[in-house]
Design a protein around this ligand. Sequence first.
Ligand code: KG4
Ligand code: ZN
Length: 378
Amino acid sequence: MACKKPPVYMVHPITPSIRYTHMSTNQHILAIDTSCDETSVAITHERRVIAHVEYSQVTAHQEWGGVVPSVAKRAHEERIQWVIDQAIRRYDKTCTRDTFFANHINAIAVTYGPGLAIALEVGIRTAKQLAHTYHKRLIAVNHMAGHVYSCFVQNSNGNPPRDYTFPSLVLLISGGHTEIDIMHDHGTYTKLGETRDDAAGEALDKAARLIGLGYPGGAAMEALARQVNNADYYRFPRPMRSHDSLDLSFSGLKTKFLYTIQAMGDKEKNQSLNHLASSYQEAVFDSVVTKIRTAIKQTGITTLIVGGGVSANIRLRTKLRTLMRKQQGTVLFPPYPYLTGDNAAMIGVAAHYQAQRNGYVDDVGSLDRVARLSLAHS
Ligand code: KG4
Ligand code: ZN
């Protein structure tokens, strides 16, 4: 989605001598993400995750069939301090909050957009309080940049030891976003295309709801599709396939899916759930793969970074791996399952590179959430 507003925080230009102090390679960061329905805190060192704690609200939202902002906000407020304390305990059981922040943490990082405004506010408020109380610098991180860096997060032993390749193509594919970008360098992105309506995850969730699979539905659709070996029985349309544009669209596909199930009796529908899910998933992922192929053709870039909740899907991974093998290229996915969804570990790693560019918040008091923030504003 395009960003309508510029980010409201200021980048603080600091002199080289001060910069040396703040750019110590030993920087430990406490990172917070409350952008949607996970209350997540991580303690990171460069690309390594030393501790990570996440409190998922998914069951609180399930009965509503989607994330309810006011429920998310309250759940974040109720849990955030507990999640921080758990992360500190995992880092070092002997630390109190005071000794932890005084002796181990150099900066606080927080997601400031995109996401649910009132959910983002909880994390931002907490991060500001910590920065103020413990005299730490604050790094405001773009959540989508976090998803890019999710492919480069390492465990505490430094694995996997992946290298960056610049430029790379980026596919961000989640419940709120489907976009293709170029990553030119740390913090420098150009958007090539995006969905004109629903995100791919949203399209999967909506179809899942139509066949009674509950929320979120992406993983359930994947499981049904696997039962029929990902067969493409219904051959739903591949929207925007022939366009040179790298934009995507899923609303026509969703309508076609709706008409197909409306034309079925209940019995036929219930007997066809796996073929319906599989054919729909094939259509969504073929549209994405086609656009990545076009992006490679247009740019000549053959390294692809994939982030966001839908990157957990094995069928999507297989299709993208096949494509990149044919292109003699490389594709990177988040290396551990928890990194596909929303998490603070990726925010801590993105913050590390942002700190190297002096991307600290200048005036902590004025940091505000930007609910619609584009990756270009990283
Ligand atoms: O990145 P994410 O956790 O949250 C945001 O939307 O920002 O992504 C959630 C999306 C949901 O639409 C969910 O259905 C989808 O990711 N998802 C999957 C799978 N796991 C999660 N979609 C397809 N296959 C999966 N295995
Ligand atoms: Zn996300």
